[in-house]
Design a protein around this ligand. Structure first.
Ligand SMILES: Nc1[nH]c(=O)nc2c1ncn2[C@H]1C[C@H](O)[C@@H](COP(=O)(O)OP(=O)(O)OP(=O)(O)O)O1
Length: 167
């Protein structure tokens, strides 16, 4: 029996650049990714995304735009990671390197896909074109996608992201 765990992923961008963080420890160590983590009990998905972005990058945002849902499954692991993806171009605060992440701006032409999760190459172009998307990726191992589905959507169930979760 599989079970789901909710995560957040926040991508800060402007017209030319996107902010990524080098994960220094734990799951995805050594990869560049957006900022995020587990949704905690008693917290909404949106608030978790705001908190994780602040903790991992130093940037403060009030509202994030909900742009995607990605489900990840790894062979032999009953857990499905349900990752809620957000973006913004408005923030305050200064970039700070934390124990977990080293933030850095990348030109949109120069996104380091070879050093990111392999699924990013599929959905990142949709994010960069301001599309909303839903996807599912099955990993045979941490580096290899077995199969996947990905589609552009007109809307996402945004009422869910502002509700507090009883986990
Ligand atoms: N295949 C994948 N592709 C991708 O682009 N991002 C992924 C991914 N699998 C997981 N993520 C993201 C979701 C989330 O932002 C992060 C995983 O969260 P973490 O491991 O940082 O969670 P933690 O349990 O360490 O969080 P906290 O301790 O709550 O900070 O990686």
């Amino acid at each position: 029996m599989s079970f789901r765990k909710r995560f957040t992923l926040a991508l800060v961008r402007n017209a030319e650049e996107v902010l990524l963080g080098l994960k220094k420890r734990g799951f995805g160590e050594g990869k560049w990714n957006g900022f995020g983590g587990k949704v905690e009990a008693g917290e909404s998905i949106h608030d978790a995304a705001v908190r994780e972005l602040r903790e991992e990058s130093g940037l403060i945002v009030e509202n994030l735009k909900y742009i995607g849902i990605l489900d990840f499954e790894f062979a032999g692991d009953p857990k499905i990671l349900e990752v809620h993806v957000f973006t913004t171009s408005q923030f305050t605060g200064q970039l700070v390197e934390s124990d977990e992440m080293k933030p850095q701006w990348f030109s949109i032409q120069d996104v380091p896909f070879a050093k990111m999760w392999p699924d990013d190459e599929f959905w990142f172009p949709l994010f960069l074109k301001n599309e909303m998307f839903k996807g599912y990726f099955f990993y045979k191992d941490q580096d290899t996608i077995g199969h996947y589905t990905l589609s552009v959507v007109d809307e996402l169930p945004s009422e869910n992201i502002s509700k507090m979760l009883e986990l």
